[in-house]
Design a protein around this ligand. Structure first.
Ligand code: ZN
Length: 257
């Protein structure tokens, strides 16, 4: 097995140093490209330089966000291979749709699909042996924006204790000791969850107010992004019966945590 990373040229507040495009090969000349990123002809040239004389079998995406998927269809079309993902999205239409537990052959490699909703509903991780291409479910060096907190936490639990040794994320550096990383992710999320509850218990009753309290130490340019995660915490707190809507405001209905 050979794995190469090609960094897309899209650094920014939401993408860190840029999107990691992964080229996964079986060692006998067959490869797949995972998360080609935004449409960018120079990035295609870089990817194909890494592919070299090997044959690209498919272009896969972990999810359909704009920093991961838009190049997949045009690149797959040019190469005459399928674009592969979970479901269609804003800038992606898969030729092959993969469901949880599906297997996808990369030459002699057996790639297993793990549906990991939370960051987005359509998020997949790809597992080969003890290596996981984790997309934006788990990234290097920070937490991720979460759309659905209950699903997200369940998707972390789904991976814990499954014998993983390496995480290859959609952003940031690769990680070893995946279970330790997952423990940190869960602990961080539960801490944020309690901070959101505490903010509401102390009177913050709208998403912007909660963001101001909970993300006081985070640059305000990132607050719109933080608002999505706060909304996900609020939804989970409502599901848990700890807060309730009063009109369009939220109030704590329980003082215990
Ligand atoms: Zn991303």
């Amino acid at each position: 097995m050979r794995i190469d990373r090609v960094l897309a040229n899209n650094p920014g507040p939401f993408t860190g140093g840029g999107t990691n495009t992964w080229v996964l090969g079986d060692g006998s000349g067959k490869v797949v490209v995972i998360d080609p990123g935004p449409v960018d002809t120079r990035h295609v040239t870089s990817i194909m330089g890494v592919v070299g004389k090997r044959d690209v079998e498919a272009v896969l995406v972990t999810h359909t966000h704009s920093d991961h998927a838009p190049l997949a269809n045009p690149m797959a079309r040019d190469l005459g291979v399928p674009a592969v993902g979970h479901v269609p999205g804003p800038s992606f239409d898969p030729d092959i749709r993969l469901l949880d537990g599906a297997h996808f052959d990369v030459g002699s490699l057996d790639l297993t699909v793990v549906h990991t909703p939370g960051h987005s509903d359509d998020h997949l991780c790809f597992r080969v042996g003890d290596v996981l291409f984790s997309g934006d479910h788990i990234i290097g060096g920070s937490s991720v924006m979460v759309d659905d907190m209950g699903s997200y936490l369940a998707s972390l639990e789904k991976l814990r204790g499954t014998g993983l040794q390496r995480l290859l994320p959609g952003h940031g550096e690769e990680m070893d000791q995946p279970d330790t990383v997952i423990d940190w992710y869960v602990a961080h999320r539960m801490q944020r969850h309690e901070e959101v509850f505490e903010a509401i218990a102390k009177g913050a009753d709208s998403t912007p107010d909660i963001v101001e309290v909970v993300y006081a130490d985070v640059d305000s340019s990132l607050h719109p992004l933080a608002a999505r995660s706060v909304q996900a915490h609020v939804t989970l707190l409502i599901d848990q019966g700890r807060i309730a809507y009063a009109g369009d405001r939220v109030v704590a209905v329980s003082q215990t945590s």
